[in-house]
Ligand binder design. Structure first.
Ligand code: M6R
Length: 611
């Protein structure tokens, strides 16, 4: 969480930093700030979104060729002007931005206080900065060395960038556990949490690794480890277009990303699935096919929406491949003492590839000898690099905080992995295999059909937007979709929603049902159809309002529900790819109807790089 941007070169730094912060705002938007160096350091910061900072800077002196900027997701200290980054050191000569958490900050702070340091903020960042300054003062003024010494004593995760008033031609950055990309231009360098603030200026980037330090001057990039050994920077070419990170005429990234799904799913299938030839080509899967084929157990590790994708995959893999699957919350897994046996395969699912809990969980599993297969959207991300093999989802940058297109792309990849593996293991008969390949290939067109119901779903949103709670119910492959629908509604509209297996509601949640409670049934035609029809009747008998996502032509449920949203008929294995779309749209429209910022819901951030 938190977005960082920095620039050093010949151009004006402020406009570059400001634009970059807007692009990184999905990472946190509790406050924003910049430090600009033009003779002396000027720090401007403001509680709230980047726009508030921008407004407060109209007419201010922002001329500088070096600067750092930050958009914050608060950890230590409430969102406020004084807790906003950048922070200044006690001498006022160093400015620093930080993404991450310094876990031993309390001890460091009390040591510094004993030496007379006073703190203006409640942040761990200001503590680290003064710790660096303290070493710097005592080591004869070598800032680079002071940073190295300080970071060796720090427990936690960080990306930091330091600007030194006495060395206006140098930026020093370091990373452990949070992402950092350097953009390499002609006589200029950029730093950012991801490549989006950089691509407009250069496509040449270096991904900084953990425990590395980058010393940047306009015309020089030096990369070192914390032991002061020089490293050779690996310059890569970015495969990302500017249009992919802009709204392209939509009112929000969320709506754009929902509507992109026919294309993103197509892109995910392209070059991999050939229904006519009956093949799935995935080099990452092939490279560890032997392990996968012989796996005793598959553990899927993820968080949030990615965890829901894993849950759908559990049903699919167990059904098709006959391998036991467990789906784990990364945050729980990492702190347990998990049992990992020879022959266990870990599948890590993550859009950002930076989720701290998922990253640490797989590192822990790796230490115990597990093979890690990553299903990731962001190329070159930390989890991608920590995995032994994997498959990218190719959904393109997802900027709306609510995950939509990344989720469907994850499902597509997981389904292809399951199909390929079941075919190799001989646990699927050829007819069903070819049928499912065909079904998958038709999904982009069917998703486009579902999207045509946007107006209808918008009207439903208007009808139900004032409900205090929602219940989402589904069975089998659609149970995780009920969870996902509830999560989407919570995060976008701030309405309390619960997802449940439809049959489980009798064991408690049914007590919530009255004439005011909308119950969303995810009830496309599948092997559980008759059972879910009974569950709908149970809700109707208690006067609940039923909104059902059903397959076209399902007159039975249409006759019972208060409202329906129809999706094209599809095999139950691929049906979640269709049934989730109306739920994404419903939460989007309810959020809009309540005049909320659907791209940046309160308290959230796109990549959760703190535990
Ligand atoms: O980047 P990841 O897929 O690892 O992120 C996991 C969750 O933080 C993420 O899915 C989160 O739940 C979304 N806000 C859901 O819309």
């Amino acid at each position: 969480m938190c977005g960082i941007v920095a620039y050093i070169g010949q151009r004006e730094a402020y406009p570059i930093i400001l634009k970059g912060l807007k692009r990184l705002e999905y990472r946190g938007y509790d406050s924003a700030g910049v430090a600009l160096l033009n003779g002396s350091l000027r720090v401007y910061k403001k509680k709230g979104k980047v726009a508030a900072l921008e407004e407060s800077l109209v007419g201010k002196a922002v001329h500088a060729h070096a600067g750092i900027g930050h958009t914050r997701w608060a950890t230590h200290g409430e969102p406020s002007d004084r807790n906003a980054h950048p922070h200044l050191s006690a001498s006022g000569k160093l400015a620093m931005i930080h993404n991450g958490i310094i876990e031993n900050y309390a001890q460091l702070k009390s040591d510094l206080q004993k030496k007379g340091y006073e703190f203006k903020s409640d942040t761990d960042t200001e503590v680290l900065l003064n710790f660096i300054e303290d070493i710097h003062i005592n080591n004869g003024g070598n800032l680079e060395e002071a940073i190295r010494i300080a970071l060796r004593r720090v427990v936690g995760a960080y990306v930091i960038v330091v600007l030194d008033q006495d060395h206006p031609d140098t930026l020093i950055a370091a990373r452990k556990g949070s992402p950092l990309v350097i953009g390499v231009g002609k006589d200029e360098h950029f730093l950012a949490s991801d490549a989006s603030p950089i691509i407009e200026y250069t496509k040449e980037v270096v991904y900084v690794n953990d425990y590395e330090l980058a010393i940047l001057k306009p015309d020089e990039l030096v990369l070192k480890n914390l032991g002061n050994d020089k490293l050779t920077p690996f310059i890569q070419k970015l495969d990302l277009e500017l249009a992919a990170i802009e709204k392209g005429g939509y009112d929000s990234f969320m709506l754009k990303e929902i509507f992109e799904q026919p294309h993103t799913i197509y892109d995910c299938l392209r070059g991999r699935l050939d229904a006519t030839a009956g093949t799935i080509t995935m080099s990452g899967v092939q490279s560890c096919m032997q392990y996968l084929k012989e796996a005793n157990r598959i553990l899927i590790i993820a968080c949030g929406t990615s965890w829901h994708a894993g849950l759908v995959a559990e049903y699919i893999i167990e059904e098709l491949c006959r391998i036991p699957v467990e789906v784990e919350y990364a945050s729980e897994f990492r702190y347990r003492n998990p049992i990992i046996n020879k022959g266990d395969i870990i599948i890590a699912v993550s859009q950002s590839g930076e989720t701290a809990d998922t990253l640490v969980a797989i590192e822990k599993a790796k230490e115990q000898g597990a093979i890690i297969f990553g299903i990731l959207n962001v190329v070159g991300s930390s989890i991608a690099r920590a995995s032994h093999a994997g498959a990218y989802t190719h959904a393109g940058p997802e900027i709306g905080v609510a995950s939509t297109k990344a989720f469907t792309a994850q499902l597509v990849v997981l389904t292809m992995v399951a199909l390929k593996l079941s075919n190799e293991r001989g646990t699927i008969d050829q007819k069903r295999y070819l049928h499912l390949l065909n079904e998958l290939q038709q999904i982009p067109d069917k998703v486009a059909t579902v999207l045509q119901q946007n107006e209808h779903i918008s009207a439903l949103a208007e009808k139900y937007k004032d409900a205090r709670d929602f219940l989402y119910l589904g069975r089998g492959y659609n149970f995780p979709i009920a969870l996902e629908g509830a999560l989407k509604l919570k995060e976008i509209s701030y309405i309390h929603a619960e997802g449940y297996p439809a049959a489980e509601m009798k064991h408690g949640p049914i007590a919530l049902v009255d004439e005011k409670l909308p119950v969303v049934f995810v009830a496309t035609r599948d092997s559980y159809h008759e059972k879910i029809v009974s569950n709908i009747q149970e809700i109707k008998a208690r006067k609940g309002k039923v909104v059902a996502v059903i397959s076209e032509g399902d007159d039975v449920i249409e006759g019972m529900a208060d409202d329906v949203i129809k999706v094209p008929e599809a095999d139950e294995i691929v049906a979640p790819l269709l049934s989730v779309i109306p739920l994404q749209l419903l939460s989007y429209h309810i959020g809009m109807a309540k005049d909320l910022d659907v791209d940046k819901p309160r308290n959230l951030a796109k990549s959760v790089t703190v535990e």
